[in-house]
Design a protein. Structure first.
Length: 267
């Protein structure tokens, strides 16, 4: 008979992942070494954190995106230097847009460079995944709904963004929202570094403390526009240094204290 054990104390770093276990999607907790994992008993581990007592070796190629959102809400123009490089005017309120759920991509999976675009850009971002419904929340209430923080690459067809004037097509291609590699549930936002590398060369380097609006403010703002549900994703903007990628490139997004999200670009 299978036995179950309680989740480790909250004082320990908790990394939640979603991966293929016995050929089926499964929510798991990574152990301290991040080389092994245990499966959650429940299909809703944000509510029930009981774990299987058996550990398994982690195979990074089996990792999936650590969310199954009803929507992906993204924020544009949230770093002053990025606003300058994009020749945009500053805004008095956050700029919101939606990325298609079909754009979601897991770590180590391939970003497809669409034939319709001649310039596809990387955009390193800090993202959060929710564990509870959020509506008309204060910033303090909003952060209580966060399940974990993770890395995101808000891939963008820059040429189509300029042509269209609005961002749905440019941001919505399949594979254009890689997130991962997992959720860190005890991440405390301060001034952690955020970076992007292409083929090992650093392209973006900033800190999340330079965002105009922090996560709590953004979640509160969004919750007064639309109801956010468990496993919804909020991405919080990219710093300056965005640029193009081509098939064959390896893109890495790193947030200090979380990990590295790695994806190859393909045709």
């Amino acid at each position: 008979m299978m036995s179950w054990v309680s989740v480790p104390p909250r004082s320990k770093k908790m990394r939640i992942a979603r991966l293929l276990h016995n050929h089926k999607p499964c929510w798991v907790m990574l152990m301290e070494s991040v080389n092994t994992y245990r499966c959650f008993e429940s299909d809703e581990p944000w509510n029930d954190q009981t774990l299987d007592s058996k550990s398994f070796a982690l195979k990074p190629e089996l990792l999936l995106a650590p969310a199954i959102p009803t929507k992906i809400v993204a924020v544009g123009l949230n770093y002053k230097e990025h606003i300058k490089e994009m020749a945009h005017e500053s805004t008095k309120e956050p700029v919101l847009f939606l990325k298609a759920n079909s754009s979601l991509l897991g770590p180590n999976q391939k970003i497809v460079h669409p034939a319709a675009s001649t310039r596809v850009d990387y955009e390193a971002e800090l993202a959060v995944v929710l564990k509870s419904r959020l509506k008309n929340a204060t910033p303090e209430e909003a952060m209580k709904a966060v399940w974990g923080h993770t890395c995101c690459n808000d891939v963008t067809a820059r040429d189509l963004q300029k042509i269209d004037g609005q961002w749905t097509r440019a941001k919505g291609f399949d594979t254009f929202c890689p997130i991962g590699p997992y959720l860190v549930t005890d991440f405390v936002e301060k001034d952690q570094k955020i970076k992007c590398r292409v083929n090992g060369e650093e392209k973006q380097s900033s800190t999340i403390g330079l965002r105009i609006w922090n996560t709590a403010q953004l979640l509160s703002f969004v919750s007064h526009v639309m109801t956010l549900d468990p496993l919804d994703i909020l991405t919080t903007g990219t710093p300056s240094g965005v640029g193009p990628v081509k098939p064959g490139d390896i893109v890495e997004v790193e947030v200090e204290g979380i990990g590295i999200l790695k994806n190859e670009v393909t045709q």
